[in-house]
Design a protein around this ligand. Structure first.
Ligand code: HEM
Length: 502
């Protein structure tokens, strides 16, 4: 297993000073000067979606901040190097507990570093969010169980400030662990594809299982580039809307179904490199957000508030409200497919459960639907891209309906359905993967806990750890019900073929 710091580039920034991502960016809180364009990334007018790499950046993300922020990088290296363990792990010995407290002390003793210079570059801010997010998850999840969660000022201030600039929640996101967490050994110049030998920059556990978990998503994003191109040319044809366009769209939709089936193939490949028990026991608990009320590895369940200490030192900061853990539910690619095919009207609806993990109906209705909420965790240009897609004046589903209204182009409706069916099958497979990686290991963990409790004479009534509750996703959903709902709603988007029984 390659250590994340292997083959680290010498310089702090591995892009040239004239590169577009190194251009000055305006402060997000004050905005660009009147009359100037948003240069936060030069691709902003294109929603930062690259024609070659889609939602992934075409250049390897920055792997180290400049020397002024070296203390953060060192603290992160130290957490990885010490192989910090989960604070609620069952087999944690005294030595491990001391080791992790010594590390947390170094975090509390960090100087409060200003982010003024970071604000000038999107690339620096992304790296800062990655590093600080990772440190915070190490900090919180290495704490002993039932300890209050207080994030110290040297972490709170820069993390909240950087997050405000990026308009992201101050928590690890899919962009931190997938989109901006890769490199290709010895070849920073190569534009990645889904078959490139990608490696991860940062891991909690230094295991190949964890790396594979992130890289499968990265490969899906890169394979999805063809889907984005097919969407684009389909929308061009929809604008024309004549017979030739109908025939072309038919072909594009068949091709799109093929790409979605490839995405499913890549998803399935996770089984080859990521062991379900290692994932469930050692990797997944590090992702927990404030709203993940999941069983700890010792079987207990708890929910603790995350207190950000030191916020009063910067009056521009506001109390974070979004603190869900990272989830591939934040993949803009899958949301884009939903929006393009018109599935989002169904799958993103508020009626669909999983809107929020609360037990009271008032709380449920006060939060927007889970998938909409997950868009807040995406890079803001990608979020804008999805809004743009959803506001398409010629939605594909309506175009297909109108072009086939009088029985013409029957193949078009079939091709549309083929794409929707491929997406539904992707979700079928995703549910199989979730059963393998979460439902199964959770059941085995409960059984082990029941046996342990019986052995030490705690049998009889089911305890906290062994009681069967709905399983929660890292994004806080009642995951089985939620995923089944989204899958069924995808199926519900299929158009009834003329003559088919309704
Ligand atoms: C071992 C692999 C995986 C596991 C265990 C897993 C688990 C989950 C869970 C528990 C959820 C529920 C939402 C939450 O609370 O987070 C979810 C949602 C979701 N996941 Fe995965 N996931 C895996 C891989 C992937 C991959 C590779 C993708 C695609 C990039 C993906 C895409 C999604 C999407 C789009 C959702 C939102 C629900 C939907 O749109 O169907 N997942 N996943």
């Amino acid at each position: 297993m390659e250590h994340p710091s292997d083959s680290m580039p010498n310089g702090p920034i591995n892009i040239g000073s004239t590169h577009f991502l190194a251009l000055p960016r305006p402060d997000i809180l004050t905005g660009p000067p009147p009359g100037t364009v948003d240069t936060t990334t030069l691709a902003a007018h294109d929603f930062d979606v690259d024609t070659r790499t889609g939602f992934m950046p075409p250049q390897a993300p920055l792997r180290r901040l400049p020397v002024d922020w070296e203390p953060w990088e060192e603290v992160l290296d130290d957490a990885v190097g010490r192989k910090l363990q989960l604070g609620d792990g069952l087999d944690l010995d005294e030595g491990e507990k001391i080791k992790s407290e010594v590390w947390r002390k170094t975090v509390r003793k960090l100087p409060i570093l200003p982010i003024t210079e970071l604000k000038k570059s999107e690339v620096l801010l992304r790296r800062a969010h990655h590093v600080l997010g990772w440190i915070m998850h190490f900090y919180i999840h290495s704490l002993p169980p039932r300890t209050p969660i207080r994030i110290p000022p040297p972490l709170t201030l820069p993390l909240l400030q950087v997050s405000a600039q990026l308009q992201l929640p101050p928590v690890l996101t899919y962009s931190d662990d997938v989109l901006y967490n890769w490199y290709i050994p010895n070849s920073d110049e190569i534009i990645p594809t889904h078959t490139s030998p990608l490696r991860c920059q940062t891991l909690f556990t230094s295991t190949k299982d964890e790396a594979e978990f992130y890289l499968v998503s990265a490969r899906i994003e890169l394979r999805g580039v063809d889907a984005l191109e097919l969407m684009r040319i389909t929308m061009d044809e929809a604008f024309v809307g004549d017979d030739i366009a109908a025939r072309r769209i038919t072909t594009y939709l068949r091709d799109l179904a093929g790409v979605i089936r490839d995405l499913a193939g890549i998803l399935s490949s996770v089984k080859g490199g990521c062991d379900p028990d290692v994932f469930y026991r050692d990797v997944r608990p590090w992702f927990r957000g404030e709203d993940s009320i999941s069983s700890s590895s010792s079987g207990e369940e708890e929910k603790r508030k995350w207190v950000f200490e030191g916020m009063e030192m910067d009056e521009s900061l506001t109390e974070p409200t979004e603190l869900s853990g990272p989830s591939a539910g934040q993949s803009s690619l899958i949301h884009a497919l939903d929006a393009f095919l018109g599935v989002d009207r169904y799958s993103h609806s508020k009626e669909l459960t999983g809107s929020f993990p609360s037990t009271t109906s008032t709380q449920t209705s006060s939060k927007s639907a889970f998938l909409q909420r997950m868009q807040l965790y995406m890079p803001r240009h990608h979020r804008a891209f999805l809004t743009h897609l959803s506001n398409n004046p010629r939605p594909l589903r309506e175009v297909v309906l109108s072009l086939t209204r009088s029985g013409e182009h029957p193949g078009l409706m079939e091709a549309y359905n083929e794409s929707v069916r491929a997406l539904k099958e992707f979700r079928d497979l995703h549910m199989v993967i979730v059963a393998l990686y979460i439902v199964g290991p959770a059941k085995r963990a409960r059984e082990r806990e029941r046996e342990r409790a019986a052995a030490v004479g705690e049998g009889g009534e089911e305890g906290e750890g062994t009681r069967r509750r709905p399983l929660k996703g890292t994004g806080g959903t009642d995951l089985v019900k939620f995923l089944k709902g989204v899958r069924d709603q995808t199926q519900g988007t299929l158009l009834p073929l003329p003559g088919a029984p309704s």
